[in-house]
Design a protein around this ligand. Structure first.
Ligand SMILES: Cc1cc2nc3c(=O)[nH]c(=O)nc-3n(C[C@H](O)[C@H](O)[C@H](O)COP(=O)(O)O)c2cc1C
Length: 217
């Protein structure tokens, strides 16, 4: 084992909240939105970040953080480079996990669902709302491809800045856009004392209604 002091003693006793079935909203999207607002209020760092898990063509799962940019009653939206590793995974297997963790609130949300691409209209409208530097960045990065040096990236940024210097509007690259994760299962987790946490999961019944029930910690 690699020697590391105290790792076995790192643990938190969770005491900040309680989760009751009757307090939760009818739809998982409404409940997620309410917890995101709590996280923003609590000034959680990157309150809208979640770990996106995908599976590649060799069957390996991999997670990385992205930012949620839209919450619907039954789905969440995020944006990325369509030529990235995660996008390749999603075209091979359009299913994903999404895990939020807000340590400040001792809360976690674990989602899995089916993934589809957003429309050109949705992509254009969000791209237009991004800061100019982020828009330029979308043209600069061949996300997930090998990079020979930082200087190569800086040189590409300089060339892209030059290209767009007289233009007010930066067009969206075709390889940049978003995905929608339509919920199949959404679990809300509130840390409790002695590892006896509160867990409530939402699943859709055959009649199309969201049902929710408690899970063992
Ligand atoms: C807090 C945080 C938020 C991030 N948000 C995004 C995002 O919204 N979209 C994105 O493409 N990458 C985002 N990234 C970078 C990704 O984690 C990842 O490095 C990148 O998308 C390449 O992933 P891939 O090679 O697995 O496709 C974020 C990273 C962090 C730490």
């Amino acid at each position: 084992m690699v020697s590391m002091k105290n790792i076995q003693n790192v643990r938190t006793d969770y005491v900040k909240g309680v989760l009751n079935l009757q307090d939760l909203q009818d739809s998982p999207g409404q409940q997620l939105s309410s917890w995101l607002q709590d996280a923003i209020k609590a000034e959680a760092l990157d309150a809208n970040a979640f770990c996106l898990s995908t599976i590649n063509s060799k069957g390996f799962p991999r997670g990385r953080n992205v930012l949620v940019k839209g919450v619907e009653e039954e789905a969440i939206l995020f944006y990325t480079n369509k030529r990235s590793s995660k996008s390749a995974d999603l075209s091979f297997n359009p299913k994903a996990g999404a895990t939020f963790f807000w340590p400040e609130l001792e809360r976690q949300v674990c989602i899995y669902g089916n993934v589809t691409e957003l429309s050109d209209q949705e992509n254009d409208s969000y791209f237009a709302s991004r800061p100019r530097e982020s828009q330029l960045g979308a043209w600069v990065s061949k996300q997930s491809q090998p990079l020979s040096s930082r200087e190569e990236l800086d040189a590409t940024l300089k060339a892209v800045r030059e290209k767009y210097k007289d233009l007010d509007v930066i067009d969206r690259p075709n390889h940049w856009g978003g995905f929608r994760i339509a919920f199949v299962s959404v679990e809300f987790w509130q840390g409790r004392a002695s590892r006896l946490h509160d867990r409530i999961v939402y699943r859709k019944s055959k009649s199309g209604q969201w049902e929710k029930w408690l899970l063992q910690p």
